[in-house]
Design a protein around this ligand. Structure first.
Ligand code: PGA
Length: 271
């Protein structure tokens, strides 16, 4: 049984003071939600990490970075390393977000170095995967996803793969009005899970969480998180305010309650 997960990347929003306000607003809202079976994370900008770590300490919300370098230290002006994120209180690190690839020229070969560095430091990588609009219209989506996945996970031992969260984020569905459709998401998640099975074994495919991101809102998130192969929601704009994230958490918590239901026959319960 895969634990569901709900998270938000703040991108370049919410400085330290706003991060504290967000935590102060979110914590009481979470108290009213049965979120026990759901992992929760927020990814603040680097300068907000200490404030967020302090404000969320003792709460169910873990924090993470939005990027990192693959070396632990050295002559890399302007960069942040995995051990620095750990020291700042992070449990997660997001890698390969479409905006990093698009605006900063990051490659999946670099992402692979970062995945391995994150694991060495004890961080759980959240690795984004997604085809562009051109890839989609040329019918290349699945080939592109395969290339991204296998490059990102190169030389990662099979037993380490389930600690990595795969975030399917079609690039054409980020920051726009509509998410991908449930049918489209189902097909892409099936491809990714199939690749995990083929390259790392059935148990790894069964244990590894694949979450969806791209224009998720409280309105469209319900049918997406209800899909069998979707193990979480990764949200941008709709969760930059605490109240929005709380609504997403409530959706994922409700889905967890449904997905965790053991059919009566299996549980040996007579109707
Ligand atoms: P969005 O961002 O929800 O605002 O589309 C998603 C993301 O970039 O992960």
């Amino acid at each position: 049984m895969r634990r569901l997960i709900a998270g938000t990347g703040w991108k370049m929003n919410n400085g330290a003071a706003a991060a504290r306000r967000y935590a102060d607003e979110l914590k009481p809202l979470l108290a009213g939600i049965e979120h026990g079976p759901v992992d929760l994370y927020v990814l603040p900008p680097f300068t907000s990490l200490p404030a967020a770590a302090e404000a969320f300490a003792g709460s169910p919300v873990a924090i993470g970075g939005q990027n990192m370098h693959w070396q632990d230290s050295g002559n890399w002006t302007g960069e942040i390393s995995a051990p620095m994120l750990v020291e700042a209180g992070c449990r997660y690190v997001e890698l390969a977000h479409a905006e990093r690839l698009q605006h900063f020229g990051e490659t999946y070969a670099q992402v692979n170095l970062k995945v391995r560095a994150a694991r060495r430091a004890g961080l759980a990588p959240i690795v984004c995967l997604g085809e562009s609009a051109d890839d989609k219209s040329a019918g290349r989506a699945d080939a592109v996803l395969a290339e991204q996945l296998l490059t990102a996970l190169k030389d990662v031992p099979a037993e380490g793969v389930p600690e990595i969260i795969l975030a399917y984020e079609p690039r054409w569905a980020i920051g726009v009005a509509e998410s991908a459709t449930p049918d489209y998401i189902t097909a892409r998640h099936a491809v990714l899970r199939g690749l995990l099975g083929e390259h790392f074994g059935a148990a790894v495919a069964d244990q590894t969480r694949i979450i969806y991101g791209g224009s998720v809102t409280p309105e469209n998130g319900g049918p997406i998180i209800a899909l069998d192969d979707v193990d979480g929601l990764f949200v941008g704009r709709a969760a930059w305010q605490a109240a929005g994230f709380a609504r997403i958490v409530a959706l994922v918590a409700a889905a967890a309650a449904n997905k965790n239901k053991i059919p009566a026959q299996v549980a040996g319960i007579r109707p």
